[in-house]
Design a protein around this ligand. Structure first.
Ligand SMILES: O=C(CO)[C@H](O)[C@H](O)COP(=O)(O)O
Length: 232
């Protein structure tokens, strides 16, 4: 991957946003997404991110294309969700086979540590995000301040790992062994009921059905009481 860096609402923008009555977290997501889209130029191959922050960027790119301010853009979606959102926004889609080098990817994240290491994929899209963003010359991460942590896992929320269904229980045990002895460490297979996207199951079935990713894989969620200490 080329350079990756973080865009947050700048101090003045953040203060402006927080000062104005009624500004929500979603407003902050929109502000930072719009700043990231300022980096988009006509003719670029874009990596199209997934999630509620990236949604603002996709919609903005669509607006600029419709208004004629951007031309000849093609986008590689990082999930089925992103493909649908980009299509609705009017962004022409392509893939990594046709465009193995991506000029710029814009995506959200679940956690960002001070060294700009990321947790991604709590929404369930991991593998394609990593492939598209890994093929990018430039990767711009757009987050509001709720995503900043002193160390990964520090929010106490899941660190997702996508695993193939074959032998998933063995993979889960190996992940368990990897972090054995880490105080407050826990892990579990993500079930369909946990991921809102997996709505095909009834409530009762969903308690026992694994969540299935766009790539037909499972997810094991890792939890750290106080984040990951030491080398990643
Ligand atoms: O990795 C992701 C999806 O798999 C998202 O980028 C991440 O979950 C952030 O989402 P949001 O902007 O909705 O907080």
């Amino acid at each position: 991957m080329g350079s990756s860096f973080l865009l947050q609402p700048s101090r003045s923008l953040m203060e402006e946003a927080m000062a104005a009555a009624g500004q929500s977290q979603d407003d902050l997501k929109r502000i930072v997404a719009l700043r990231a889209v300022e980096l988009v130029r006509s003719g670029m191959v874009l990596g199209l991110g997934t999630g509620s922050t990236a949604a603002h960027a996709l919609d903005r790119i669509g607006d600029l294309l419709r208004g004629g301010d951007l031309r000849d853009i093609v986008g590689i979606p990082t999930s089925e969700w992103a493909a649908a959102r980009a299509t609705a926004a009017g962004i022409p889609l392509t893939d990594l086979a046709a465009h193995p080098v991506v000029d710029l990817s814009i995506d959200g994240a679940d956690e960002v540590d001070p060294a700009l290491n990321l947790v991604k994929g709590r929404g369930g899209s991991l593998l394609q995000e990593k492939m598209v963003e890994g093929a990018s010359r430039r990767f711009v991460v757009i987050v509001d301040d709720s995503k900043l942590v002193p160390r990964l896992g520090g929010s106490g929320l899941a660190i997702p790992v996508e695993v193939i269904p074959f032998g998933w229980a063995l993979t889960l045990r190996r992940l368990q062994n990897l972090f054995d002895g880490t105080p407050g460490f826990n892990l579990k297979l993500r079930t369909a009921s946990i991921n809102a996207k997996a709505s095909a199951f009834t409530e009762k079935e969903s308690e026992i059905e694994p969540f299935v990713t766009d790539n037909k894989n499972y997810i094991v969620d890792l939890f750290f009481e106080d984040g990951i200490h030491g080398d990643l």
